[in-house]
Ligand binder design. Sequence first.
Ligand code: PGA
Length: 262
Amino acid sequence: MAHKEPENLIKMRKNIVAGNWKMNTTVEEGVELASEVNDLLKGKKANCEVVVCVPFTHLVPVHGVIDEGVMGLGAENCSEHDKGAYTGEVSASMVKSTGASHVILGHSERRQYFGENNAQLLAKTKQALANGLTPIFCVGEVLEERENGSYNDVVKGQVEALFELSPEDFSKIIIAYEPVWAIGTGKTATADQAQDMHAHIRKVIEDKYGKEIADNTSILYGGSCKPSNAKELFAKPDVDGGLIGGAALKADSFMGIIEAFD
Ligand code: PGA
């Protein structure tokens, strides 16, 4: 058995800043934004992994203007089905074939507006993993659940939806904690609220998969994250980066958040 480092000396899990463009930008605008970010990142070595998750229509052209090793590319969703008669759907293998490496799954907007449930999200996660994509799996409570105190249980239930996965598969997942009341509202969770929830999520994972997998899982914070609050959030021990909506739509604010790791 190899020598083990004393605990907490080395953080094995990755720090990640991922953009979620949602339903914004034309292809032309998206390509311009991605090249701008790519150029800025080439000029300076980021201290975290950077990924942009873009609309399906943008995957191929954006892949064409970003450099491997500089930033990764992801989709914002994929089908829970493999292939076939599902008009309008996009499969995980199609996403993979664009050159993408990641896919956001279970974003609260998908859960809320498109009725995605735990069973579907597990199926989507399995599709993503089977096709070599890294899921960025989103969890988070709504305002009412924050106010009535059920938020820890709600988020635990959302994470547990994945517990059918083998330890090997689960260890490939990135979790994003996004309190729904903080998304696009300008209302950020405090750094302490984020830390408490991230530590809770890590404990839920540890209870099922053990300490090593829990310690190696990157847990990102999302919800009105911006350059002015990113540093304080990312300084928390269990906050391993962010999933960024609005602030990812401008190269300078996205870079400002990436630089919070400098
Ligand atoms: P926001 O969105 O940064 O605009 O709040 C985050 C997200 O929904 O992923």
